[in-house]
Design a protein around this ligand. Structure first.
Ligand SMILES: Cc1cc2nc3c(=O)[nH]c(=O)nc-3n(C[C@H](O)[C@H](O)[C@H](O)COP(=O)(O)OP(=O)(O)OC[C@H]3O[C@@H](n4cnc5c(N)ncnc54)[C@H](O)[C@@H]3O)c2cc1C
Length: 380
């Protein structure tokens, strides 16, 4: 593994950093307050290739690697974690399973509008009774002639409100347990589909988190993704890759918080000196910078392993676990460096602090990451 960036990765980072600073940062606080995502950003990010970074050009992707994707999510999240997760959920959770498990026909039909940003995608896995225990699905799909008929509901779905396509996991053969789950490509204009409740959240407030409702929702038979019974495998494989995106989001939020704390520590004067002159403050900054660097190495390693076609599930779990913990620490310490000014919304660190928490929860909680990691240590 090369610890540096290639010329292309550096160019991607510079482009994403510029876009984040010029287009996203100025509206991030307003989007957070209104809890509304500025959809024109998706179009602009589509034009820059951000909505389909790691997919081949033949399907409308940018033809780059997963490390470039992680870098883009990191840079966007360093100014706005909502924008980071809009890209991450779309790309990792919807485009990835279609690309990996779809037929040629499915890829040709669904990937071009998704990868260009013309359409947003989401993954519907979680249900009221199926969170960490993702196999405990109640949503059903049964074949009726040339159509699948889906009934049930999904909750907490990122991009659920605006998505044009959802990858949905449902039970096709109840008695087979997790081997009786299947995955489907559900266009959101399908009859019997509707978006339910939109959640009001602590953080990532501008990103849509919605309920998906299926009431005799009918989709064509050919919208089965992979084989009948492959649903749980598709969900777990998808989450392995998705965790790299969330690790990158956590890393970006942490870096954004550190950047703000460093700048403020040089400006704010107390006892006749800038805060940066006090050892207590220097140590906070040094510890956070070190943890962020370690989180970055773990995240980029997992992305590099995915690009190299290696098994990377344990490494992506490690990256997400550590980056999320780092994110919590860096955002908490950033507020401490700012003192009272960090607690009010004049500066972005209070938003970063609220945004940080979700990285310990979605795409598998930190406890679930530890289960994944320890399983790799103890299983024969
Ligand atoms: C903002 C947001 C966006 C989301 N986006 C999506 C999305 O796009 N698509 C999607 O399908 N889902 C999404 N989710 C759902 C998310 O992945 C789940 O919330 C998460 O997996 C946890 O499930 P749960 O909320 O049911 O918690 P639970 O599974 O009920 O867990 C509650 C607590 O118990 C712990 N716990 C559970 N089981 C164990 C165990 N065996 N050992 C130790 N501890 C355990 C958990 O770690 C946690 O601390 C989103 C959630 C949120 C809040």
């Amino acid at each position: 593994m090369d610890f540096g960036l290639t010329d292309i990765q550096r160019m991607v980072r510079d482009t994403a950093r510029k876009f984040a600073a010029e287009e996203v940062a100025p509206i991030a606080a307003a989007m957070d307050k209104s809890a509304k995502f500025e959809m024109s950003l998706v179009k602009k990010m589509g034009e820059l290739g951000f909505m389909g970074v790691a997919y081949p050009e033949e399907y409308g992707g940018a033809g780059m690697d997963y490390k470039c994707y992680a870098i883009i999510v990191e840079e966007l999240s360093s100014v706005c974690a909502s924008t980071g997760v809009v890209v991450s959920a779309h790309s990792s959770l919807c485009c990835d399973p279609i690309y990996k498990f779809g037929t040629e026909e499915q890829k040709k039909k669904y990937l071009p509008p998704l990868l260009s940003g013309e359409m947003l995608g989401c993954l519907g896995l979680t249900e009221p009774g199926a969170g960490s225990d993702a196999a405990n699905q109640k949503t059903t799909a049964r074949l009726d002639g040339d159509e699948w008929v889906i009934n049930g509901s999904k909750i907490f779905i990122t991009n659920g409100g605006p998505a044009g396509v959802a990858v949905v996991i449902a039970v096709t053969e109840k008695e087979k347990g997790s081997r009786g789950l299947s995955a489907f490509i559900v266009p959101t204009d399908s009859p019997g589909f509707r978006v339910g409740k939109e959640e009001h959240k602590l953080g990532i407030r501008a990103s849509s988190t919605a309920e998906l409702l299926f009431e005799d929702c009918r989709i064509p038979k050919e919208n089965l993704l992979g084989k009948d019974g492959d649903g749980f495998k598709i969900a777990l494989t998808t989450l392995d890759g998705g965790r790299i995106g969330i690790a990158a989001q956590a890393l970006g939020i942490a870096q954004g918080a550190l950047n703000a704390a460093v700048a403020y520590s040089k400006e704010r004067v107390q006892f006749g000196k800038p805060l940066a002159a006090f050892q207590a403050i220097q140590w906070k900054l040094a510890e956070c910078a070190t943890d962020i660097d370690a989180a970055r190495l773990l995240t980029y390693r997992a992305a590099w392993m995915k690009d190299a076609g290696m098994r990377f599930g344990t490494q992506s779990a490690m990256a997400k676990l550590f980056a999320a913990e780092t994110c919590m620490k860096a955002t908490r310490e950033a507020i401490q460096v700012f003192g009272g000014y960090g607690y009010v919304d004049e500066y972005p660190v209070e938003r970063f602090y609220r945004d940080a928490k979700i990285t310990e929860i979605y795409e598998g909680t930190s406890e679930v990451q530890k289960i994944v990691i320890s399983r790799s240590l103890t299983s024969d």
